[in-house]
Write a protein that binds this ligand. Structure first.
Ligand code: E4P
Length: 224
């Protein structure tokens, strides 16, 4: 299973990269805005800085919603760095853009997926990734993990190479549920990734090991 971090914050990206378990980054226009990145040149420079901080796979989203503009923007984003994956929303012009960009050898992440039908269309068009937003479904009392499971099942039935990238992952339980149903990738905030570490018995056990070690070392020193 691949772990992506869902942020445009360079420090968080570098911290996750330092852990040695990061496989990629996803951003979206809201995440870029949160970092105060505006203006085409600044946006491009920020994507380049993200690409320079990780080994591969940086999703950069198009703003356009019209086919001709989407493909122009997608091609331009892809030129920033080989690590860029162009993120395209699942709308009619988006499906056409996925087909065009994929045929050009540009990897596409199809975003804002809320149904298995949308995922199927994106896979048919050649998307490298589909991003079902599980947290936003859970927000409206709809089972997000069931959607991930359904898409994994459909793609397995037909051997689609498109990877299921679980998105809108809000907590560690979501991340584990994605792993259980076979999502290829989960993209989540830094706190969710490091949240996997937490257990009070780990903290208690480590404190006990270190205390016992110190006691034994101190006793040995007294014995001379
Ligand atoms: C995915 O690529 C999106 O950037 C993201 O996961 C959305 O998450 P949210 O619903 O927490 O905003």
């Amino acid at each position: 299973m691949k772990f992506f971090i869902d942020t445009a914050n360079l420090q968080e990206i570098r911290d996750a990269q330092d852990l040695g378990i990061l496989d990629g980054v996803t951003t979206n226009p809201s995440l870029m805005a949160k970092e105060g990145i505006t203006g085409e040149e600044n946006v491009r420079a920020h994507y380049k800085a993200i690409c320079d901080s990780v080994d591969n796979n940086v999703s950069a989203e198009v703003i356009s919603t019209v086919y001709e503009e989407m493909i122009k923007e997608g091609e331009s984003l892809a030129k920033i760095d080989d690590k860029i994956v162009v993120k395209v929303p699942i709308i009619k012009d988006g499906v056409k853009a996925i087909k065009y960009l994929s045929n050009q050898g540009i990897r596409v992440n199809c975003t804002l997926i809320f149904t298995a039908g949308q995922a199927l269309l994106a896979a048919k068009a050649g998307a490298s990734y589909v991003s079902p937003f599980m947290g936003r479904l859970d927000d409206i009392a709809t089972d997000g993990v069931a959607l991930i499971q359904q898409i994994v099942h459909i793609f397995d039935n037909y051997g689609f190479p498109t990877e299921v990238l679980a998105a809108s992952v809000r907590h560690t339980m979501h991340l584990l549920q994605c792993a259980e149903v076979g999502a290829d990738v989960a993209t989540c905030p830094y706190k969710v990734i490091v949240g996997l570490l937490n257990h009070p018995l780990t903290d208690k056990g480590l404190a006990q090991f270190l205390a016992d070690h110190k006691k034994a070392e101190d006793a040995a020193k007294v014995m001379g």
